[in-house]
Design a binder for this molecule. Structure first.
Ligand SMILES: NC(=O)c1ccc[n+]([C@@H]2O[C@H](COP(=O)([O-])OP(=O)(O)OC[C@H]3O[C@@H](n4cnc5c(N)ncnc54)[C@H](OP(=O)(O)O)[C@@H]3O)[C@@H](O)[C@H]2O)c1
Length: 250
């Protein structure tokens, strides 16, 4: 049984994507435009898109005033939205023996507060049956070395999105939890290790669109990696900690 309505036709759907200047967000914007959607992109950096059905609103999702202004512009230009993809995020590898508290606060601000801000503002624009998608990560499933703060923000987003579903699905909205594995983007270029099952932003965007087309709640990919990560969730702590130390060497 699908937990969301299936999106069978993307033509004319008005979609707002935050964090769409690079990586997964930019690939999603391109692919959604190619299948007929109208795409509003946001990021702190102004970007120029050449497609006729696209519109860019520069905004910082950590700043409520900036998001409120963006929301106002979108409302006056498009009225209501069919889908919001809260994708903006950042990553900085960090370990417990060298916590950079300032950087940690910035990560929490961007990944968690920024996403909550986006939902708070975006919901005022959403059609009664419109959808909201949160880009979390399989890094939020369980603790992982170097993901000290990033993983914590993504775990919080998984919990947040589950509760969004509980609150909004009975009202007719669609809610999607997007949990990518490793995708080659400027964000993961910072990782100091070889990333298993690394995929391209275009492959990630294709998997996200397919998941929405099927009406899935959790959209996770690539399966060869995410099924393994899901299996790890069921291990007792003693086995999990041993396996992660052994497997990562960290
Ligand atoms: N790549 C992966 O392997 C992977 C895996 C799991 C989950 N994810 C998640 O996927 C999402 C996209 O990541 P990505 O890998 O595509 O990274 P990316 O290429 O670095 O893209 C991040 C985007 O977020 C925007 N952004 C950052 N801070 C922002 C802010 N405060 N306000 C508005 N926009 C902001 C960036 O643009 P500006 O800098 O111009 O603002 C950029 O467009 C993130 O939430 C990330 O955590 C990625």
């Amino acid at each position: 049984m699908s937990l969301n309505a299936k999106i069978t036709d993307w033509h004319g759907k008005v979609i707002w994507i935050t964090g769409a200047s690079t990586g997964i967000g930019a690939a999603l914007a391109r692919q959604l435009l190619n299948i007929g959607a109208i795409v509003i992109t946001s990021s702190r950096t102004a970007i120029t898109l050449t497609h006729a059905n696209t519109y860019h609103v520069t905004c910082d999702t950590t700043e409520l005033a900036s998001l409120a202004l963006a929301t106002q512009k979108i409302k006056s230009q498009f009225g209501t939205l069919d889908l919001i993809i809260a994708n903006a995020g950042n990553h900085a590898p960090m370990r417990a023996d060298a916590i950079d508290a300032k950087l940690a606060a910035q990560l929490v601000d961007t990944n968690l507060t920024g996403t909550i801000n986006t939902v708070a503002c975006g919901l005022t624009l959403l059609k009664p049956t419109g959808g909201i998608a949160i880009v979390a990560s399989v890094a939020g499933y369980r603790g992982l070395p170097t993901g000290l703060i990033y993983g914590a923000t993504k775990a919080a987003l998984i919990n947040f999105t589950e509760t969004l579903y509980l609150d909004l699905a009975p009202k007719g909205h669609q809610v999607y939890l997007i949990n990518p594995g490793f995708v080659k983007t400027p964000l993961t270029d910072k990782n100091p290790f070889t990333m298993p099952a690394l995929i391209s932003p275009d492959e990630a965007a294709k998997a996200i669109i397919l998941g929405m087309t099927k009406g899935q709640f959790e959209i996770h990919f690539p399966k060869r990696f995410t099924w393994f990560m899901q299996a790890l969730r069921h291990l007792p702590y003693s086995w999990y900690f041993w396996l992660i130390h052994k497997g990562t060497g960290l």
